[in-house]
Design a protein around this ligand. Structure first.
Ligand code: ADP
Ligand code: ASP
Ligand code: MG
Length: 439
């Protein structure tokens, strides 16, 4: 299909009329920007609400039989204002009325939450003079929640060949029962990736409110350096660990077919942003560490037993306890006589005591220590593999900042060193590592 660019605009990029104008200027600046994916209107300032959050709030009101009109009015006004200010020739009121009329006690959360992008897509299509394609008609899920690629490929590619330029709302598709199904939060990034893949795009541009992927979370480190190029693997490690610029699942559809992702800033369109690709060669003067990210709220269960490694099936027994309790695991760093199991608190609910008891009964360890309220910090960089002394430098930095390290895990790729520290130290640790490797 040639030089198609798929462009996705996140919530802040489509939050009000002024942002819509910036989007139009960006789209019109390059005739290859043919397929535009939009989020629901996001925050206009730090105290503002995202429309998606308001829709969830609306659903909560309905569930508890509390009148929802006030919340719905706030949502409606966001759209009415955009249409009014841009003088778009579209009467959005009937669409708002339709959504409102479909709200009953049994309205599905997926349908309601998806209307944020649906309504915004209708408005953007009219504003850009592009076709509107409802995501429900082109993106299909399997019963297990994965994408039905065969069906999506067949129907979406046909639709794209019929529509040279189109706006597609992000965040949802169609379930096997023909009803709307949403992705997890931030999922418009995935919609963009699916579009890019099926359109055989030359690039997937993801427009947001930062000038690319930064070496660390700008809310933690002051003015972190931008990352010019990053591999999909490094990005996946960082986004999984909380660098939430891009939904972690947005990487797979494009990576498999070698389409690069370009993170760009709607408010600074001349900035080249970050390119995500696998084709990166090491250059003189490159940073050793590509980025640092961290997440709170983990529990580490540290199990010690002398001669553990000569006992057949020891780790399997531990894992079977977790499996029986339906718990997924984040990391399992191990030594000769110790193994630590790292679990997200959200997985544990109230099961911790039962698990400890079962591990004690099944495995008969010498000691079990449980560290709750743990945070994980990932220090990621493909160049770390070739550079000696990285771990030493990292631990010195944390030591000098007075931070206790409870766990260390270095994946076999050596591209990522994970340290487990206390929740309260997370921000301090990220700053210490950043200063050690970047300043
Ligand atoms: P959108 O609504 O456009 O999808 P998101 O809010 O999902 O945007 O993602 C962009 C935000 O990610 C930024 O505003 C920033 O606060 C946050 N962020 C977290 N970690 C990083 C990082 N390493 N680099 C850049 N931004 C980051
Ligand atoms: N509007 C949805 C959310 O807030 C999806 C997205 O913005 O990507 O999660
Ligand atoms: Mg996002």
């Amino acid at each position: 299909m040639g030089n198609i660019k798929v462009v996705k605009f996140g919530g802040t990029s489509v939050a009000d009329a002024n942002q819509f104008r910036k989007v139009k200027a960006i789209v019109e600046a390059d005739k290859n920007r043919r397929y535009v994916v939009v989020s629901a209107p996001g925050k206009r300032h730090s105290d503002d609400n995202k429309v998606t959050d308001l829709l969830y709030l609306c659903h909560a009101h309905i569930k508890y039989s509390v009148p929802f009109d006030q919340v719905f009015d706030i949502i409606s006004e966001r759209y009415l204002e955009i249409v009014r200010e841009l003088k778009i020739d579209l009467d959005i009121q009937p669409y708002l009325d339709e959504v409102k009329s479909r709200i009953t006690k049994n309205v599905s959360i997926d349908y309601l939450a998806s209307r944020g992008e649906y309504l915004n897509g209708l408005i953007m299509a009219k504003f850009l003079n592009y076709e509107f394609i409802d995501a429900k008609e082109i993106i299909f899920f399997n019963n297990n929640g994965s994408i039905d690629w065969d069906r999506t490929q067949e129907i979406l590619s046909k639709k794209l060949s019929e529509n040279h330029r189109a706006v597609i709302p992000g965040f949802y598709g169609c379930n096997t029962d023909g009803k709307v199904k949403i992705f997890s939060r931030g999922g418009s990034d995935i919609t963009g990736a699916i579009l890019a893949r099926v359109a055989k795009a030359q690039i997937y541009e993801n427009w947001t409110d930062v000038s690319g992927f930064l070496m660390s979370d700008p809310r933690i480190v002051d003015d972190p350096k931008p990352i010019e190029r990053i591999t999909y693997s490094e990005l996946r490690e960082l986004s999984y660990m909380g660098a939430s610029v891009l939904h972690e699942e947005a990487i797979f559809p494009v990576r498999e077919v070698g389409i690069p992702i370009n993170i760009r800033n709607t408010n600074e369109p001349d900035n080249p942003g970050t390119i995500i690709t696998d084709d990166i060669r090491l250059k003189e003067g490159d940073n050793i560490v590509t980025g640092i990210a961290g997440k709170k709220d983990f529990t580490v269960i540290a199990i010690h037993k002398n001669h553990m490694n000569s006992e057949v099936g020891f780790i399997r027994k531990i894992l079977s306890v977790l499996e029986m309790n339906n718990i997924t695991i984040e990391h399992i760093p191990s030594g000769i006589d110790t193994v630590s199991i790292v679990i997200a608190n959200s997985q544990l609910e109230n099961k911790l005591n039962i698990i400890i008891e079962e591990i004690n009964n099944k495995c008969n360890p010498d000691t079990i220590n449980v560290h709750t309220n743990m945070a994980l910090v990932a220090t990621v960089g493909k160049n770390m593999v070739y550079t000696p002394g990285i771990a030493a430098k990292l631990f010195t930095a944390l030591g000098e900042a007075g931070i206790n390290i409870r766990m260390i895990d270095q994946g076999s790729s050596e591209m990522n060193i994970i340290t487990g520290i206390e929740d309260k130290d997370l921000e301090k640790a990220i700053r210490a590592i950043y200063n050690a490797f970047v300043m």
